[in-house]
Write a protein that binds this ligand. Structure first.
Ligand SMILES: Cc1cc2nc3c(=O)[nH]c(=O)nc-3n(C[C@H](O)[C@H](O)[C@H](O)COP(=O)(O)OP(=O)(O)OC[C@H]3O[C@@H](n4cnc5c(N)ncnc54)[C@H](O)[C@@H]3O)c2cc1C
Ligand code: FES
Length: 338
């Protein structure tokens, strides 16, 4: 962890979400939409880093976050909700898939709205108004809507709030789900980018709906906020199965250069490449966007989930590296082969 931040302020945003303001270390830079791995600087918690997104802008005095607590996880977010000024956290370098790639539709579920806060704030600051931008924001109930007033106050931003677990919400909020039918009249080839950020089941449903309505994959930008229980269990199972198995010798070709390393069979090819400091491409890490596509030219992998590649691509050896786990003792992975 490379920076220690001290908490200046913590305020409630909703019943389970807080706005936290920290000192910004001198020279610390990031791009709106990016997140950072953050751990509590406290005995027993320093190794427990979790990703959170900046809601402040790069030029501002503080580093700010909006963080939802999940007491039932008994983890980091529960502790964050109980922080007081003077407490410290440790952060690493910023990363993340979402950045401003043009006006468009921003679709968020719960705390998945946080990358859009900074992206929209910066766009508003630069352009004076958010022409051509729409926020579709899904939550369980009205009381879960984060920063509703902030979004409604952004000049030019069209907002649509939708709740899944409250049949009769108040004015300005719809009951329902963001699914194929909901998106039908809102998807338009000319509508610019579609940015999607939220939990896995929501992301998969929206990705499917957007493709069905004829959007090109590069019009859709994803960030996965929380894995499904099913995905988590599949990965745990993979890690368990690989215990005691021989490591895999991998060669990765990327940007014309070859790199070799060994990896455990319980790790995804993408995570191993990133751990070895390779600039491997990724966005959703959920098997949805195909950003991490590679060709396996030697050896064999098991792909846990695939919502992006066509059958003929799989037959030709293409795989999603974020979902691919080694089966063989040697592998050759080609990211340049498209
Ligand atoms: C790039 C990125 C940026 C993010 N930015 C933000 C942000 O700005 N604000 C924000 O609020 N969140 C953000 N998140 C989500 C945030 O990282 C998670 O909410 C956080 O990691 C949860 O940490 P935790 O320790 O509380 O629980 P976890 O580490 O998720 O869970 C701890 C344990 O709880 C159990 N568990 C997990 N899910 C459940 C469940 N549904 N029910 C019961 N038990 C469960 C599991 O056994 C797990 O090991 C972001 C995520 C990503 C990927
Ligand atoms: S990173 Fe999106 S499919 Fe792998």
């Amino acid at each position: 962890m490379s920076h220690r931040l001290t908490l200046n302020r913590i305020e409630p945003v909703t019943h389970d979400t807080h706005h936290l303001v920290f000192d910004r270390p001198e020279g610390f830079e990031f791009t709106p939409g990016q997140a950072v791995d953050l751990a509590l600087d406290r005995e027993g918690w320093r190794e427990e880093a979790r990703p959170f997104t900046f809601v402040s802008l790069p030029g501002e005095a503080g580093l700010e976050f909006v963080i939802k607590s999940y007491p039932e996880h008994d983890g980091v977010t529960e502790q964050i909700g109980r922080m007081t000024p003077g407490d410290a956290v440790l952060i690493d370098e910023p990363w993340g898939a979402i950045r401003d790639e043009g006006a468009g539709t921003f679709i968020a579920g719960g705390a998945g709205v946080t990358p859009f806060v900074a992206v929209l704030r910066q766009r508003l600051q630069k352009e004076g108004a958010l022409e051509g931008c729409r926020l579709i924001f899904s939550n369980a109930t009205e009381q879960d809507i984060i920063l509703r007033d902030t979004f409604e106050g952004m000049t030019g931003l069209q907002t649509e709030f939708i709740v899944t677990d409250q049949p009769d919400p108040g004015p300005g909020v719809m009951a329902g789900r963001i699914d194929r039918a909901f998106l039908k009249d809102r998807v338009d080839q000319e509508a610019g980018k579609f940015y999607v950020c939220g939990p896995e089941p929501m992301m998969l449903a929206i990705a499917d709906a957007l493709k069905t309505h004829g959007l090109e994959p590069d019009q859709i930008k994803f960030e996965l906020f929380s894995e499904s229980q099913q995905g988590r269990l599949a990965k745990q199972e993979m890690a368990k199965r690989s215990e005691g198995q021989a490591q895999t010798q991998v060669t990765v070709k990327i940007d014309g250069a070859q790199h070799s390393f060994t990896m455990a069979k319980g790790q995804s090819v993408l995570d191993a490449a990133l751990e070895n400091n390779l600039d491997a491409p990724f966005a959703c890490k959920a098997g949805v966007c195909s950003t991490c596509m590679c060709k396996v030219t030697e050896g064999e992998v098991e792909m846990l989930s695939n919502h992006a590649l066509e059958d003929y691509e799989v037959e030709r050896g293409y795989r999603l590296s974020c979902q691919s786990y080694p089966l063989s003792d040697t592998l050759f992975i080609d990211y340049d082969h498209h």
